[in-house]
Design a protein around this ligand. Sequence first.
Ligand code: PEP
Length: 248
Amino acid sequence: MRKTIVAGNWKMNASKDSVDNLIKDLLTGMDGITSEVLVCAPFPYLAQVELLIQGSKVMLGAQNLNTNASGAYTGEVSADMIKDFGARHVIVGHSERRSLYGETSAMVAEKTKAALNAGLTPLLCIGESIEQRDSGNTEAVIEKQLSAVIELVGIEAFNQIIIAYEPVWAIGTGVTATPEQAQEAHLFIRSLLAKNDESVAQKTPILYGGSMNASNASELISCADIDGGLIGGAALKAEDFLQICKVG
Ligand code: PEP
């Protein structure tokens, strides 16, 4: 039985005040929540969130990492630095990083490997654009993105990986995949894992991301192969995020 995981991706939205308020409001609403809850904060706020969540069941993640351990990489942040602030997770391959910063599937695979080597759990994002869906290439795109990672880190590593299926056309658009569309993609992803190892496939959490909110979370997360959500916009409002966390 896989646990429900709800992860917030704050993207580049935060200030010291907003982080204080958001985490304090989240913590007051955590009673009775059985999902695993995770917030992925921008780098400058990791230390602040680490202090605020101490002793709570909220976990901390980052949104990106550099593959090198240390050295002359101005402006970059390593996996060990992320871990130093108590984070246990890191998002890799978010579509915004693939499209805006030129991250290829090979680079995403290297980032996944670097996170794993440091003992972080990568939250690996994969998903198709609207053009790819409309031209019937959804499965081919997902397979290519996932295979690049499986080939580099091996299927066993997926015991330490969380996958997020995020159709690009649903991210930040208010257009959510229907439960049927999402379940179909999740089942396909699980079948790709199962081709390599059935037991790993059954254990790997696959989250849905793309305009998930308090109103649609329940019908999505109740699908057989959807194990939770990666939440952008709705993760910035404690009330909405808690509502989603309660679904699990
Ligand atoms: C995301 O950025 O991963 C995401 C799913 O965003 P949103 O919920 O705003 O669509």
